[in-house]
Design a protein around this ligand. Structure first.
Ligand SMILES: [Zn+2]
Length: 236
């Protein structure tokens, strides 16, 4: 394994392939496992017939399992797109985070688990030169299909450690036309940030990540303020 950290348990998965020639790791994608137990998720990620994998899984007690070498293309993202480019698997590393998910009893992520996620993310980001803004959730890159890691995930806490961006709106992000902003305008802003606006549920996915108190799928002023703040912070 290329990872050198401590407490990492090898649990190899056969579900991976080569990365395309000349394609490097640019994105770090965070998931929840969405299975009833950690063991059921680990088994599935390592089972040939399942045709799915990730580079790592982080259990609720902070144990990190390594499945696929980072230089190989793991099969975690599926049909996905970010900033106009599909096939996220080819240019990303995927981390599964144990949680039953919305289907089997979604619950908060324990602090010890989040601390292990943060350490692993920083390790990967440092080795591959991944920028904070390029750490995303599965729901960001596949909004019509995916809800993970979901609205209980501590994105603000990770951002405080330089992992992912958390919007910091200021007065310049207010717009007097908020209430009149058309759906097309909002879609254009979401597209500029990176979302594939040909997908459904894009605004809801944005809220699930960046405004989890408000999962309406509607463009309220605070959601728009946060979206504008992220565009400003990234210069997009
Ligand atoms: Zn996922």
């Amino acid at each position: 394994m290329t990872r050198t950290g401590t407490g990492c348990i090898d649990r190899p998965s056969p579900n991976h392939g080569p990365r395309p020639e000349g394609v490097g790791v640019e994105l770090l994608i965070l998931h929840y496992t969405g299975m009833p137990t950690a063991e059921s998720a680990l088994s599935r990620l390592c089972e040939p017939a399942a045709q799915v994998s990730a580079h790592y899984t982080v259990d609720e007690d902070g144990t990190v399992y390594a499945h696929v070498p980072e230089d190989r293309r793991a099969w975690h993202a599926g049909l996905s797109s970010w900033r106009g480019r599909a096939d996220v698997n080819s240019r990303s590393i995927g981390i599964e985070i144990v949680n039953p998910g919305h289907e089997f009893g979604y619950r908060p992520f324990p602090a010890v688990q989040m601390a292990a996620v943060a350490d692993l993310c920083l390790d990967i980001m440092g080795r591959h030169g991944i920028a904070p803004a390029d750490v995303l959730g599965h729901s960001d890159i596949a909004p019509a299909r995916k809800e993970d890691p979901g609205e209980l995930f501590d994105w603000p806490g990770l951002a405080a450690r330089g992992i992912g961006l958390w919007p910091q709106p200021t007065a310049v992000d207010n717009s007097p036309v908020d209430s009149a902003e058309s759906a097309e305008d909002v879609a254009a802003l979401l597209g500029r940030y990176g979302y594939d606006t040909a997908e459904s549920r894009v605004l809801l996915s944005f809220q699930r990540h960046f405004h989890p108190e408000r999962l309406t799928g509607e463009p309220d002023p605070e959601t728009l303020r946060r979206l504008r703040a992220l565009l400003r912070m990234t210069g997009r």
